[in-house]
Write a protein that binds this ligand. Structure first.
Ligand code: HQG
Length: 179
């Protein structure tokens, strides 16, 4: 488990690299990268100073490997709500993928399938344990199986993020198995 400071810095990075860079005056490029120097200065100027060593620790130790450093730049690996093109190539998914959710969403999901909601893509996990953790963020987790092999054969495009999250634009209800 990550220590409290690492979690705090990680949440700050998620917020400002995925969702609200404008809040601290950042302008990620079209692939989501920002200069690390610029990020450190912007965070300090907006009341949340952290060091390069702390940043490196978050990137290296974060429980989900949410961020990648490339030379002088950093970006989030997935989960954006701002417009970014991560440049991920289409990939062949495993036969089954999993999605963790909660009971209150099930009626809507049965009716309309999985939709990306505020994010760019539906997020799917390669194993049930991870999907259970994703669902548990919101309450009692319910894990749905996704017939990713059939979706792929039917022409749906999948991508996999640098930290192993499977992404697709939507999952029609006919590919879902409910417990
Ligand atoms: C639900 C975390 C009603 C969906 C996690 C989910 C993940 C519907 C919620 C990543 C629906 C969206 C993403 C429909 C889907 N009607 N509800 N048709 N279709 N939903 O947070 O998958 O910590 O955008 O089941 O680990 O929960 O941010 O998606 O409950 O990888 O790195 O709408 O976020 O990663 O919620 O989580 P989210 P998610 P990080």
């Amino acid at each position: 488990m990550d220590d409290p400071r690492t979690v705090k810095v990680s949440k700050y990075l998620s917020r400002h690299l995925r969702h609200r860079p404008d809040r601290i005056g950042l302008t990620p490029d079209e692939a989501g990268w920002v200069e690390i120097e610029t990020l450190l200065a912007a965070a300090a100027a907006h009341g949340f100073p952290f060091t390069r060593a702390e940043l490196d620790r978050v990137v290296a130790e974060n429980d989900k490997r949410r961020f990648t450093i490339d030379g002088t730049r950093i970006r989030a690996n997935q989960g954006h709500t701002i417009a970014v093109d991560l440049g991920l190539e289409p990939a062949e998914p495993p036969a089954y993928l999993y999605h963790g959710t909660v009971p209150r969403f099930l009626d809507a999901i049965r009716a309309e399938g999985l939709r990306p909601m505020d994010r760019h893509d539906v997020h799917l996990s390669a194993d049930r344990e991870t999907a259970t953790r994703v669902g548990a963020r919101r309450g009692r987790p319910v894990v749905l199986s996704v017939d990713a092999g059939a979706m792929h054969r039917d022409g749906h495009v999948f991508r996999v993020s640098a930290n192993g999250v499977w992404l697709t634009s939507a999952v029609p209800a006919r590919y879902l198995r409910f417990p």
